[in-house]
Design a protein around this ligand. Structure first.
Ligand code: IDC
Length: 475
C-alpha cells in the first residue's frame, strides 16, 4: 500500500467522520432484547452462508457462475443454511418499465436449488460504483442499468483500488442524479422502487426467499452521513418497502446503512422505516464489516490486529445501538471477508463469527467466488483454508427467543425462552471435525441426529415456561 493510497483512504474517512449519531443520542439508547428473523414455523433463525456471488456483477445474464453441484459441495463441506444471492437492477429492468421475467425465472430456478437443500435466501440488489455503464465497456461498476446512468460528462479516473472510484466526479454525479440531489432525475428512484415491486411479485409466494436486501452499500454522492442516510436513503427504503408490501406481506426488508465509514465501525444515521404489514414489523439491519486497517493490507497480526479489534468493538456497539433505534430489529452481517492468505486471516474469521454469535447476528461471508477470498480454488472444487473456518457449529433454528449463545469447535452452549407457538423444533449444525461421533446434550433430549447432514434436532422442552440452558458437546 503506497502512501498516496493510504492518504486517499484517510480522505474517504474524513468525508464521513462528521456524520453519525451524536454522543447524546447514543447515551439514551437502551440495550434491549432484539427480535429475530423467523421462518414460516415461527422459529428464530441462525443464518450462516455466503454472498453468492460476485461473478453475477458482470455476467451478461446477471446470474452468478454457480451450479447446483457447487451448492451441494458447499452444503456438504460447510453445512451452510443461508445465501445472500446477488441480483441487479440492470437485469430486473433492462429497459425503463420493462421487467425481464425470464431473468426473474432464472433467479427462481436457483432459489429452488437452495430450497431443496433447506436454505433460506436473501435477495441482494447489488451495486458497486453505481453501474456497469459509468465507464462503458470497462467493467468498473455494476448494478444500475445504462439508461439510469447519468454522469453528465464528468470525469472518472483510473484506480487500482476499486473503492477509490467513489471519489470521482462522474460516479458522484451518477448517485446525485439517482437521489435527485441534482433535481433533474426525479424518475429514477421511482423506477428502483417499482423494480423491487417486480421482484417481490415474483417471490412473494416463495417461502425460501425470506428477505430482500434493498440496496448493497448505498453511497450518497455529495450527501454523506445522516444528511444522506436519514434523508433520501431512508426515503427510498420506505418507498421500496411500501411497494413490496402491496404484493408481499411477509418477507423481511434488510436495510443497509451507507457503507463508507459504517463498514469501518462508525455509527449510522439511518432513519426508522415503518412496516405496514399486519402484525410484527419485518425490518432488519444489515451492515457490512470491513475494518480500514484490513483494507490497508495489514491482515490480522501485530498492530493491524489491534486496530481491527478496536474496529470490531466499535462496529458492534454502533450496530446494536442502530438496531435498537430502528425498533429492536434483528441484525444480519451482510458482508465481511478477506484474502485468506493474509497473516492471521482465519483468526479474524473466527473472531468475527464469535462476535456475531454474541449479538445473534446472521452472517453472509463475502464471497462465494472462487479464489483468494473464497472457499475454493479457481477450479471451484479444491477446498481452501477458509472451508475449515466456516465449517463451525451453529444454531440453525430455535423454537423460541434466544438469550445467550457461544460456540467452540466441539461445543455449543445456548439458552432460550421457548415459544409454544413454534411449529418446528430447535436444530443445530455440528461439523464432523468437532463432533466425529455425534453429540451429548445437557438440558434437552435429542429427537434426531442426521449423520449425513450433521443436523441435530432437539425435543420440545418438558416445561415450556422455563428458560432452557443447553450445552452440546462432542460424544
Ligand atoms: C468486490 C469484488 C471485486 C470487484 C469489486 C467491485 O471482490 O472483484 O472488483 O467488488 O465490484 C464490498 C462490496 C463488494 C466487494 C467487496 C470486496 O459490497 O461488492 O466485492 N466489498 O471488495 N464492500 C466492501 C468490500
Amino acid at each position: 500500500m503506497n502512501r498516496a493510497r493510504v492518504f486517499s483512504l484517510v480522505a474517504l474517512a474524513a468525508l464521513v467522520v462528521a456524520g453519525g449519531e451524536s454522543a447524546f443520542v447514543r447515551q439514551l439508547m437502551p440495550v434491549a432484547e432484539r427480535s429475530a428473523i423467523t421462518d414460516t414455523s415461527g422459529r428464530a433463525l441462525g443464518l450462516h452462508g455466503f454472498s453468492t456471488a460476485g461473478s453475477a456483477k458482470s455476467s451478461v445474464d446477471g446470474l452468478p457462475r454457480f451450479t447446483e453441484a457447487d451448492l451441494a459441495r458447499e452444503n456438504a463441506d460447510m453445512g451452510t443454511n443461508f445465501v445472500r444471492f446477488l441480483i441487479s437492477w440492470r437485469a430486473v429492468e433492462p429497459q425503463p418499465g420493462i421487467y425481464d421475467q425470464a431473468y426473474l425465472a432464472e433467479v427462481e430456478t436457483r432459489v429452488d436449488w437452495f430450497a431443496k437443500q433447506g436454505y433460506h435466501v436473501m435477495l441482494d440488489m447489488h451495486q458497486d460504483l453505481w453501474g456497469t455503464e459509468i465507464v462503458p465497456g470497462m467493467g468498473i461498476g455494476n448494478g444500475a442499468p445504462g439508461w439510469a446512468t447519468y454522469t453528465d460528462g464528468l470525469p472518472i479516473g483510473q484506480h487500482d483500488m476499486w473503492e477509490l472510484y467513489y471519489l470521482d466526479a462522474g460516479v458522484i454525479r451518477a448517485f446525485d442524479n439517482f437521489w435527485n440531489t441534482t433535481g433533474t432525475h426525479p424518475e429514477l428512484m421511482d423506477h428502483y422502487v417499482n423494480a423491487w415491486k417486480a421482484v417481490a411479485t415474483q417471490f412473494a409466494s416463495n417461502p425460501t426467499v425470506i428477505a430482500y436486501d434493498l440496496m448493497n452499500e448505498p453511497f450518497g454522492g455529495t450527501l454523506q452521513g445522516p444528511a444522506f442516510e436519514a434523508g433520501p436513503l431512508t426515503n427510498l427504503y420506505q418507498q421500496s418497502l411500501d411497494a413490496i408490501r402491496t404484493v408481499d406481506p411477509d418477507s423481511w426488508a434488510c436495510l443497509e446503512p451507507q457503507a463508507m465509514g459504517v463498514n469501518w465501525g462508525l455509527p449510522s444515521g439511518l432513519g426508522v422505516v415503518t412496516d405496514s404489514r399486519p402484525g410484527e414489523a419485518r425490518v432488519a439491519f444489515c451492515p457490512h464489516l470491513y475494518p480500514l486497517a484490513m483494507d490497508l493490507g495489514g491482515g490480522y497480526s501485530g498492530g493491524s490486529r489491534d486496530m481491527v479489534d478496536a474496529t470490531i468493538a466499535s462496529w458492534i456497539g454502533n450496530t446494536k445501538r442502530t438496531a435498537a433505534r430502528l425498533g429492536n430489529v434483528p441484525i444480519i452481517l451482510g458482508e465481511f471477508g478477506l484474502d485468506t492468505t493474509l497473516p492471521g486471516a482465519l483468526d479474524y474469521v473466527d473472531t468475527v463469527y464469535a462476535q456475531m454469535d454474541g449479538i445473534h447476528a446472521g452472517v453472509a461471508y463475502w464471497s462465494r467466488d472462487n479464489g483468494l477470498w473464497g472457499p475454493y480454488d479457481t477450479d471451484g472444487v479444491t477446498a481452501r483454508n477458509l472451508v475449515a473456518a466456516i465449517d463451525r457449529p451453529y444454531l440453525r433454528a430455535v423454537a423460541g427467543t434466544l438469550q445467550t449463545l457461544s460456540s467452540a469447535p466441539d461445543r455449543l452452549e445456548f439458552s432460550f425462552t421457548p415459544d409454544a407457538a413454534a411449529a418446528a423444533p430447535t436444530e443445530l449444525y455440528l461439523p464432523a471435525v468437532g463432533f466425529p461421533h455425534g453429540a451429548a446434550v445437557d438440558g434437552a433430549t435429542i429427537a434426531h441426529w442426521d449423520t449425513s447432514r450433521r443436523i441435530l434436532t432437539l425435543d420440545a422442552p418438558g416445561n415450556p415456561a422455563a428458560t432452557q440452558n443447553i450445552v452440546v458437546v462432542a460424544a
